[in-house]
Structure formats: structure tokens, C-alpha cells
Write a protein that binds this ligand. Structure first.
Ligand code: SAM
Ligand code: SF4
Ligand code: SF4
Length: 514
């Protein structure tokens, strides 16, 4: 098939590209074929392959939107304050406007007509999608399943009311449900949940956490029995549930959860949450990764969550919500009958073709490094604007994506937000300091371009700045870098080199602090 660039369908300028090398065998589950990864049943792959949150690969191509039709909640978490709102902030529970079911449906059809990447509509607050009788949630999904049946439906809940709604969720063809589970021991839960409202009564203390825990486990088992995929969100709260999340991981896995998304606590005092006001800190990026690594096993860990607003619109990491306010949507001429269905279908066909080409290219890159199997993985930071390419200037990066690389492949393991190094054209030393701190477990940073000064500081900190892969694909470049890195050191030497680099980085950091 002749592959047309997705950027041309979307009207975006062409990126410099390299033809895909010939295919060969691929052994990692992150790679795969059009039937999906080797460790996933085809019917499950069919459900997740276009869902930007359930498939890391899909998030490069597909967008989601949240509609904020669920303002109320039936429990209180010590990290949540829905009264604090800020239009410029992207974090859970924040919305610019709450919608009725009717407004939400209109908004979805408007977005679907405009953004062919849209594949999922979710309800994730700002409160709980199943609180207050779940009326608006059900009404919204009923209409959408009729008007835009090609778009997947998704909801997020704390799980307290979930057992009462699993049958309804099944009837509505909702394939994806997220439950936030922060504990499987009410002793731990009592430090996270001051109260719940259940069975016409407010419960507090350990009793509240016991009820919540039992309802969450029951709801999860019912989802498994109904064949609905469950993702578990857990908020990592250092000193309260960080170690305990290993137990949570084990228990949810035993009950058939598909994916575990361990997210860092956000606890800015300005947000007015209990944890913010009492000085409870969130985890560092390195602490979060270490816990995710310990939990990763048979069940997949989600590493690409962007902790989105409850009214987010667009690809993960971008927010086009401002283009679709209730006022603007009211003025739009909306095709009520599946708005833009043909455009979405064409887009999906091209994504399939591009994905097949990318699988081949990644498999070929993995085959090139097969001879160094068994070496220790390295971490690499990447400056990217998206499109799976190294296409961002070091000084303009607001975040770095982190890849873990060895002969099995280059795996995305998280992103690290940083202060901008270049503000108004000049380098800011404090910004550079926070960048080095954020990526200090990486051996290299792959960028489209970088200036002489930051290069020297990075080298002094034991992080190699690399611009020779500018505009190339990230995974293939990371593997090529890994091969060159290993060759430079000689096989068997990576472990010692990583150890030595870590000492250099720590020494450089201590010296800068002094
Ligand atoms: C706003 S909630 C809406 C769905 C539902 N009420 C729930 O809590 O699962 C969406 C997700 O954001 C998480 N969240 C809310 N506030 C947070 C914070 N301050 N830090 C980290 N995660 C947070 C919740 O735990 C939940 O997983
Ligand atoms: S369950 Fe969700 S909406 Fe309710 S308090 Fe907790 S985070 Fe906020
Ligand atoms: S908050 Fe995470 S799981 Fe939810 S839509 Fe955003 S990226 Fe997906």
C-alpha cells in the first residue's frame, strides 16, 4: 500500500523522515504486528489499540476528550479540592465549565468533526462519574453511543458506587473503566480518606476506608466477570502508601485489572487540599519510576499518563479545550449524524498503514543490536514535540521523555517536566540546574539542537548531549545510540560505566549545590 503521511491528512508540515528499513523478527511486547503485541489476546488488542491511555503506541496517533458532566463526589480524598480552579493549569479535577449532558453531547460531536484523531470520550469528573445517581454520565453516554458509535466510551470512578452500575455500563458498551485504588488496607486508607457518603450516611475513620475498599474490590471483580477492561489509578503518596502500592498492585492484578497507572501526588499548597496545606510532598520522578519498575510484571504499567484536566481535549499532553467552550460550540454548525465520521475512518486507515511501517522499522533496529543482548539497560532523555521524533531544541523543551534502552528495544518509561532553559533567547542557569537534576539518571540527552554552554554543563554532569539524530525517530535513534555506546565501552563494561557515571553525576550535583 502506498503510505500517505498522517501529517498531510491533518494539514501539518512534513517532518524530515527516513525510509523504514526492511523488516525482521521482533521480540518485545512493545513492538508487535497489526494483530497486536505477542503477549495480548487479539480481542483485547482490538479494544485498546486506538485508546491513547490503554496503549502507549496509540497515544502518538489518537486523541481523547473529557466531558465535565459529573461535578459532585461521594467521598473526600485528602489530595482533592474541586473548588480551586485555574484555566491555565492541567491537573485532575480542574475544569473551566461544567456541562449538562446535552451540552456535552454537542461538544463531542463538534470536536469529533474537527479532530479526526478523536477516538475516546471519557467522563473523569471533576467529581465522580457515578456519584449523585450517575444521571448525567448515563444520559451523555446513551446519546453518544447512538450518535457517534465509532467513538469509545470510558469512565473514571473512585469505585464506591461501581457495583451498582456494572450492568448498566455493560449495556452501554463502555469497554474501559478506571478505578482509583490507593490502598487495600483500611489502616492505610484512613490517612487518605477523611469521609465517604454511603447508604444515606456519612462514614469516617477506618470504617469509611473498609467500606470503600470492599466496594472497590467487588466492583473490580464484577468488571472482570463482565469482560470490561479495568485500569487502576493509584496516587503515590510518599510515607503514606508508597510501599503499600506493591500490595495494591498484587491485589488488583489478582482480580483481573488490565493496566496499573501509578501517578505522582500533586500537592501544591495553593490548591488548598489537605495534603497541600499540611506539607505532604509528592514523589520525585526517580522515586515514581523505581516504584513502577518494582510493580511491572505480568500486568502492564501505564507510564504515559499526563494527569489531565476533567475537560481536556486533544492528544495527550496538548489541550485544545479553549477552541470548544460551550459558547463556541453553541455557535458551530454541527453535523449531528456522527459528525466527521468519514474523516475519522480515513484517518484510522492511514494510521494502520503507518503503524505497520513503524513496527517494521523498530523490528529492524532491534535486530541491529541483537549481538549485545544481556547488557544492562541505560536511560536516555529525549527532547520532542511529538510525532515519535527527536524534534525539539534543548533550550525550548518543557519536558524530556525518558526511554529505557537495551537490546530488547527502547521503552518509554516516563516524562520529566522542567523549567525552560531558554527564556527570551538567553540561557538561564537555574533552569539548567533543574533540567540536570530531572534527568540525572540518564546517560545521554537526544536533542534536535543544543548550544555550547549547556552542552559543557551536561557533559560535566556526566550526561552526553547528542544532536546527531536530529528529526529522526526516537526509538530507532535510541537503539543506534545504545549500540555505539556499548561499542565505545566494549561489551560487559556498561555496568561499570553506569556506576562510574552515577558517581560523576552525584559528585557534580553535590559540587553545584555547595
Ligand atoms: C479528578 S479524578 C475523577 C475521577 C474519580 N473521582 C476518581 O477520583 O477516581 C481523576 C483522577 O485524578 C486523581 N487525582 C485527583 N487529584 C489528584 C492530585 N492532587 N494528585 C494526583 N492525582 C490526583 C484521582 O485520584 C483520579 O485518579
Ligand atoms: S474521588 Fe475523585 S473527585 Fe472525589 S474527592 Fe477523590 S479525587 Fe476528588
Ligand atoms: S489522566 Fe491519564 S489516563 Fe486519564 S485521559 Fe489523561 S492520560 Fe489518559
Amino acid at each position: 500500500m502506498n503510505v500517505i503521511s498522517l501529517d498531510s491528512i491533518l494539514g501539518v508540515g512534513e517532518l524530515k523522515s527516513k525510509p523504514a528499513p526492511a523488516a525482521s523478527g521482533c521480540t518485545t511486547s512493545s513492538c508487535g504486528s497489526s494483530d497486536g503485541p505477542s503477549d495480548m489476546a487479539p480481542e483485547v488488542w482490538e479494544k485498546v489499540k486506538n485508546h491513547p491511555c490503554y496503549s502507549e503506541e496509540a497515544h502518538h496517533y489518537y486523541a481523547r476528550m473529557h466531558v465535565a458532566v459529573a461535578p459532585a463526589c461521594n467521598i473526600q480524598c485528602n489530595y482533592c479540592n474541586r473548588k480551586y480552579d485555574c484555566a491555565n493549569e492541567s491537573r485532575p479535577g480542574v475544569v473551566s465549565e461544567k456541562l449538562t449532558a446535552e451540552q456535552a453531547v454537542r461538544k463531542v460531536l463538534a470536536v469529533a468533526a474537527e479532530i479526526p484523531q478523536l477516538s475516546v470520550v471519557g467522563i473523569a469528573g471533576p467529581g465522580d462519574s457515578l456519584a449523585a445517581g450517575a444521571k448525567q454520565t448515563i444520559e451523555t453516554f446513551e446519546q453518544l453511543s447512538r450518535l457517534a458509535p465509532d467513538i469509545k466510551l470510558c469512565l473514571s470512578t473512585n469505585g464506591l458506587a461501581l457495583p451498582d452500575y456494572v450492568d448498566r455500563i455493560k449495556d452501554l458498551n463502555i469497554d474501559h473503566v478506571t478505578i482509583t485504588i490507593n490502598m487495600v488496607d483500611p489502616e492505610v486508607g484512613q490517612h487518605i480518606y477523611p469521609w465517604i457518603f454511603y447508604d444515606h450516611k456519612r462514614w469516617t475513620g477506618i470504617e469509611a476506608s473498609r467500606i470503600l475498599h470492599e466496594r472497590q474490590m467487588l466492583g473490580l471483580e464484577m468488571l472482570r466477570d463482565a469482560g470490561i477492561l479495568a485500569k487502576i489509578n493509584s496516587v503515590m503518596i510518599p510515607g503514606i502508601n508508597d510501599e503499600h502500592l506493591m500490595d495494591v498492585n498484587r491485589e488488583v492484578k489478582a482480580r483481573g485489572a488490565f493496566l496499573h497507572n501509578i501517578m505522582p501526588l500533586i500537592s501544591d499548597p495553593a490548591h488548598g487540599t489537605h495534603f497541600g496545606l499540611t506539607g505532604q510532598r509528592g514523589p520525585t520522578a526517580q522515586e515514581l519510576k523505581a516504584l513502577q519498575d518494582r510493580c511491572e510484571g505480568d500486568m502492564k504499567l501505564m507510564r504515559h499518563c499526563r494527569q489531565c484536566r476533567a475537560d481536556a481535549v486533544g492528544l495527550l499532553g496538548e489541550d485544545r479545550g479553549e477552541e470548544f467552550t460551550a459558547e463556541k460550540v453553541m455557535q458551530m454548525d454541527i453535523d449531528i449524524d456522527g459528525g466527521g465520521f468519514t474523516k475519522r475512518e480515513t484517518y484510522r486507515e492511514h494510521v494502520e498503514a503507518e503503524r505497520a511501517q513503524r513496527h517494521q522499522s523498530k523490528a529492524a533496529a532491534i535486530a541491529e543490536v541483537a549481538h549485545i543482548a544481556g547488557e544492562k539497560p541505560i536511560l536516555i532523555a529525549v527532547a520532542t514535540k511529538g510525532g515519535e521524533r527527536i524534534n525539539e531544541h534543548f533550550g525550548h523543551a518543557k519536558e524530556f521523555q525518558i526511554y529505557e534502552v537495551d537490546a530488547r528495544g527502547a521503552k518509554f518509561v516516563g516524562h520529566r517536566r522542567v523549567d525552560l532553559y531558554c527564556e527570551g533567547g538567553s540561557g538561564d542557569e537555574d533552569g539548567l540546574e533543574t533540567i540536570i537534576q530531572a534527568i540525572n539518571d540518564c546517560v545521554a540527552v537526544l536533542v534536535a539542537k543544543i548550544g555550547g554552554c549547556p552542552s559543557k554543563s551536561l557533559e560535566a554532569a556526566g550526561i552526553e548531549p547528542v544532536d546527531r539524530f536530529a528529526f529522526e525517530y526516537i526509538e530507532e535513534s535510541a537503539l543506534a545510540y545504545y549500540a555505539a555506546y556499548t561499542e565505545r565501552l566494549g561489551t560487559g563494561a556498561i555496568r561499570q560505566k553506569i556506576g562510574a557515571d552515577a558517581v560523576i553525576r552525584q559528585g557534580a550535583y553535590t559540587a553545584r549545590r555547595a
